[in-house]
Design a protein around this ligand. Structure first.
Ligand code: ASP
Length: 326
């Protein structure tokens, strides 16, 4: 019988598909070794959790530290393909943890608003580990994907459900490596059920940065945008070197509430003078920049404060520059 209620598992690699020589190794393994069918085989009742059929596609096979625009575009196109099918109710993407929050934010920005749930999941331990977290995370992600309240791009890891905007990897080793900081988790997956404490806001929350069809996103030649930082002993040399090499956008991981080292400011002004946009984010792990009372409207010749962490802001600036190319 044809199943009209499918969940599609899109695999991209990562530690969830990683293997090590010894079961005791949680570091020093090789990511992206197992195929999607092997990931599914580790969760025998996944079809029951999905409450329908499971379809699979190996979209990529990489360590997500090496994520690139071409893989993002390929993934977004496959998402759009599957989401458009009437017999598909949700997508689950297996991914490495290192850039998971960037991929989640990218997809949130480019997938059509109001689309079916897209849930990313991952693992901090390779599939061969004594305490592999991948199978449980995959099961939880599928349970979340088929929940009636799931919407937009979500991340499920260590029993927690996060939104694409708030989620960040905060720990390099612990199994519960992700946090939504002051926003808090959206909910928890417990015994195959989601207990929501906040409702997901849906796709395109935070503004769809890509106004068009993902088919029109270029596979390569994305605008070159770098993250630079303001710190003790800072100067403008890094910015000037980037400008000399043709950088097309800058995001500054600024101190505190967007403050900049006085030695950095002239270099950023030189960037703006060359029409290279400069966005200001914060190095702080929580909160967002707060404008001073009565502050005048933003002028194009000033760096623009943004309410995203630096590496998500970088993606949004790239998408904005791509959209301006027309
Ligand atoms: N380097 C791995 C990756 O991001 C780390 C992980 O998945 O935990 O693919």
């Amino acid at each position: 019988m044809v199943n009209s209620n499918n969940v599609v598992i899109l695999a991209t690699g990562g530690t969830i598909a990683g293997t090590a020589a010894h079961a005791s190794q949680a570091v020093g393994y090789t990511a992206a070794q197992l195929g999607v069918e092997q990931l599914l085989a580790a969760v025998p009742d996944l079809g029951e959790v999905a409450g329908g059929g499971l379809l699979t596609e190996q979209v990529a096979q990489l360590d997500s530290k090496d994520m690139d625009a071409a893989t993002w575009v390929a993934l977004a196109r496959r998402c759009v393909h599957w989401l458009a099918r009437d017999d598909v109710r949700a997508l689950v993407i297996t991914h490495g943890t290192d850039t998971l929050e960037e991929t989640a934010w990218f997809l949130q920005q480019v997938l059509p608003s109001g689309s079916k749930p897209v849930v990313l999941t991952c693992a901090m331990r390779p599939a061969t580990a004594l305490l592999a977290d991948g199978p449980q995370n995959l099961r939880d992600a599928v349970a979340c994907a088929v929940d009636a309240h799931a919407a937009g791009v979500l991340v499920v890891a260590a029993g927690q459900v996060h939104g694409a905007r708030a989620v960040r990897k905060l720990h390099p080793y612990r199994v519960d490596a992700f946090s939504s900081a002051e926003q808090g988790v959206l909910g928890w997956v417990e015994e195959g059920q989601v207990r929501w404490q906040q409702r997901p806001v849906g796709a395109a929350a935070g503004g769809a940065a890509w106004p068009g069809d993902v088919a029109n996103l270029p596979d390569s030649d994305w605008p070159w945008v770098e993250v630079v930082s303001s710190h003790a002993g800072c100067d403008g040399c890094a910015v000037d070197a980037l400008l000399a090499q043709g950088v097309q956008g800058l995001v500054v991981a600024a101190t505190g509430n967007g403050s900049l080292h006085r030695a950095l400011e002239p270099a950023l002004q030189r960037a703006l003078h060359k029409r290279v946009p400069v966005w200001i984010s914060t190095r702080c792990g929580e909160g967002q920049l707060v404008a001073a009372q009565g502050m005048a409207a933003q002028h194009a010749s000033q760096p623009r404060p943004v309410d995203l962490p630096p590496f998500k802001a970088r993606i949004s600036l790239q998408l904005e520059l791509l959209a301006q190319r027309g």
